[in-house]
Ligand binder design. Structure first.
Ligand SMILES: Nc1ncnc2c1ncn2[C@@H]1O[C@H](COP(=O)(O)OP(=O)(O)OP(=O)(O)O)[C@@H](O)[C@H]1O
Length: 231
């Protein structure tokens, strides 16, 4: 069953001579509980697609349907609630808050929403991501890989329906990359969440359930990997 329907999405940046058609009529269903990887050359429109799909940017035309509703028809308040409650984000830069400790960083999406923290679930995430002895530390006391694990934990904290990740390992060395990706996939499988990830890394892409290739703002290939190893 699909979770999110992307319908005829297009995005034009700029006007006149400086106009760039970044997305040209994208149609795609994001499948529930699966890991979808998006690959393609630099400038092909991957980040634009991810940002529009996640409601971080407005498309020029097209719809993104979640729970039967076009997210671009939501009010500003409904849209920010949607981003806060149903979506989780992981970017290349970890975007942790330096003045609060790791536990507070991880639980921030819940406290911002004035929700009660499910301490058992949060402990499970913290243990799965190997962060148990780091919870009272501050971001600058952690390595890049550890900070990205915190960002993953934060993205999982409010049990989002979908996690969007834009080159989440772009700033990490290859060993840490492998470790972070394994943990991300393990978390997604263990907690049953949908993951959409942009990556330049062919090894990572080859482990996805669904591999989408974008070129010049269009989907040129959609491949399903039925053999993917499960943990
Ligand atoms: N804010 C913007 N203003 C104008 N043009 C933009 C803007 N953002 C992206 N573009 C252009 O839109 C096209 C698609 O960019 P996008 O960042 O989506 O590609 P990408 O596949 O994610 O690239 P990369 O792999 O290098 O991150 C590019 O030609 C880019 O220069």
């Amino acid at each position: 069953m699909s979770k999110l329907e992307i319908v005829n999405l297009s995005k034009i940046y700029g006007k006149g001579e400086s106009e760039v058609e970044a997305l040209k009529g994208i149609n795609l269903s994001i499948e529930n509980g699966k890991f979808t990887a998006i690959v393609g050359p630099s400038g092909s429109g991957k980040s634009t697609l991810l940002h529009c799909t996640a409601g971080l940017d407005n498309p020029t035309t097209g719809e993104v349907i979640l729970d039967g509703k076009n997210i671009f028809k939501l009010s500003e308040e409904e849209m920010s609630k949607l981003r806060r409650r149903k979506f989780g984000f992981i970017f290349q830069s970890f975007n942790l808050i330096p003045v609060i400790d790791i536990y507070e960083n991880i639980t921030l999406p819940i406290s911002i929403d004035n929700k009660k923290i499910d301490t058992e679930y949060i402990s499970e995430i913290i243990n799965t991501l190997g962060l148990k002895d780091k919870v009272s530390k501050f971001p600058n006391e952690l390595s890049g890989g550890q900070q990205q694990r915190v960002a993953i934990a934060r993205a999982l904290a409010n049990r989002p329906e979908i996690i969007f990740a834009d080159e989440p390992t772009g700033n990490l060395d290859s060993e840490t990359t492998a470790e972070v990706i394994e943990l991300l996939k393990l978390s997604v499988e263990k907690f049953g969440q949908t993951l959409v990830m942009i990556t330049h890394d062919e090894n990572i892409a080859s482990t996805a359930d669904i591999l989408i290739t974008i070129k010049d703002g269009k989907i040129v290939k959609k491949a399903e990997n039925k053999q993917r190893k499960r943990h």
